[in-house]
Design a protein around this ligand. Structure first.
Ligand SMILES: [Zn+2]
Ligand SMILES: [Zn+2]
Length: 194
């Protein structure tokens, strides 16, 4: 069990993206501030010992907990990460396609409005920017579409990466058998739900 229980938990990030990049699946915790992401990488993730990095996906119905931790060469600034998220298509694709290995990178997430994007940028409604009416509150022009405002996001990946080779998908019944997950759930779930 080592010193796992003394490492603080960190959940101040906006989500996780799953992308193919450099021929491998990438797991990309997302931040809104590039400086914050860079300093977190420098202080916490860079000192991680690669083979010790663990990523756990604890599945509960249509949600999952993203849980990540590692042994560090700088234990004083080490953190473990967690976030409760909704399952998505990209998540399912990652689950099927990761093949036991992934790159870990951090990403910077930027919300884009109609003014910020090119004509062929795709809206969350799946239609392009040029199909949204700039004169009418950005409403989507497709009759069958209920989109009232163009919205899209862009993820910029930071270059630095780590290789993860310890990836597991778990159910609630497996919680106790995995020390990292057990610690996460105890500290962040049971203790908060009074
Ligand atoms: Zn739209
Ligand atoms: Zn639309």
């Amino acid at each position: 069990m080592s010193s796992q229980s003394s490492i603080p938990w960190y959940d101040d990030f906006v989500g996780v993206a799953y992308r193919y990049y450099d021929l491998r699946m990438n797991v990309v915790p997302l931040f809104t501030d590039r400086k914050e992401a860079s300093s977190l990488w420098h202080d916490t993730i860079h000192p991680w010992v690669d083979p010790s990095i663990k990523i756990r996906f604890l599945e509960m119905d249509d949600k999952y907990w993203f849980i990540m931790g590692a042994d560090s060469q700088k234990p004083d600034t080490n953190l473990s990460f967690f976030k409760e998220l909704s399952k998505s298509e990209n998540y399912e694709r990652f689950k099927k396609g990761h093949d036991g290995e992934a790159y870990l990178r951090l990403g910077v997430y930027a919300k884009k409005s109609l003014d910020d994007v090119k004509k062929d940028a795709v809206c969350d409604c799946s239609h392009e920017a040029q199909d949204h009416d700039e004169g009418d509150n950005d409403v989507c022009l497709f009759n069958t579409c209920s989109c009232k405002k163009f919205s899209s996001f862009q993820v910029n990946l930071l270059k630095k990466k780590k290789i993860i080779t310890d990836i597991k998908f778990l159910d609630e019944k497996d919680v106790k058998s995995d020390p990292l997950v057990w610690n996460c759930i105890n500290v962040n779930k049971f203790s908060k739900s009074e």
